[in-house]
Design a protein around this ligand. Structure first.
Ligand SMILES: *Cc1c(COP(=O)(O)O)cnc(C)c1O
Length: 238
């Protein structure tokens, strides 16, 4: 056991309770352990003591280094890595074939670059579109009304596969304040699913972080991204 495995247990229990409250099956919700700023040793601890196999990172270089370090220590572990942070086009090539999902696609140009590099690498890259549902100035992401037109454009792309939507909700002291944001995301997700566009599936709704993941699960999240709730407070000074 370890602090990290204890925390993972608590987060999973909270997800289970939120599912119970909402009448959902906990098997529908994937917990992504956000390991950014934490060392590879913390990931290894989560794998070995907490049976956690899905991890999220928000910077390409840190992600690639951690993938290599963890793989060297645990060559047998079937770990899946997710890119959850803002992605610059010139970094896309480093991710090809290395991540299970890119959560943060917010423009046609970025999607084009992922498609192009995926074709070169001979892979199909699963992606989510990031939506700035609360329209915060400081945040990346599409406006809700930009989602459908972009999906229509991406429908013809051969080397990306759109799997759903992601949002980063506002930083709030009371998670209930984000319930309308999560609900609006779920409505958009259902609307987009109903359009039945070619090559577009709406199976993944990535929303909820340490402060608000229970509310996000109650409102339909299928992936939650939890960092500090598992690994403790981040230290940005090192
Ligand atoms: C850091 C981060 C998280 C996790 O944040 P916590 O509040 O530590 O749980 C989730 N999603 C994204 C996109 C992040 O960058």
């Amino acid at each position: 056991m370890s602090t990290i495995s204890d925390n993972l247990g608590s987060v999973r229990e909270n997800i289970r309770k939120a599912c119970e409250k909402a009448g959902r099956d906990p098997g529908e919700v994937t917990l992504i352990a956000v390991s950014k700023t934490n060392p590879a040793a913390a990931v290894i601890d989560a794998v070995e003591n907490g049976d956690q196999l899905v991890f999220g990172e928000n910077k390409v270089q840190e992600l690639c280094e951690k993938i290599d370090e963890v793989a060297a220590a645990l060559p047998e572990a079937q770990i899946r890595w997710h890119m959850i942070g803002h992605l610059q086009r010139n970094k896309v090539k480093y991710l090809m074939g290395r991540v299970e999902l890119i959560h943060s696609v917010d423009s046609l140009r970025l999607a084009e670059e992922i498609d192009k590099e995926s074709a070169k690498a001979g892979v199909i890259t699963p992606i989510l579109l990031e939506v700035n549902m609360a329209e915060e100035e400081s945040k990346f992401g599409l406006k809700a009304e930009e989602v459908e037109p972009l999906l229509m454009q991406l429908s013809s792309f051969k080397h990306i596969q759109v799997k759903g939507l992601m949002t980063i909700a506002p930083y709030v002291s009371d998670p209930e304040e984000n319930r309308p944001v999560f609900r609006a995301m779920r409505e958009l997700f259902i609307d987009m699913n109903a359009k039945n566009m070619d090559n577009i599936s709406m199976n993944i709704l990535s929303m909820g972080m340490t402060g608000d993941y229970q509310v996000a699960v109650e409102e339909g999240a299928t992936m939650v991204r939890v960092g500090t709730g598992i690994f403790g407070a981040r230290n940005y000074s090192v």
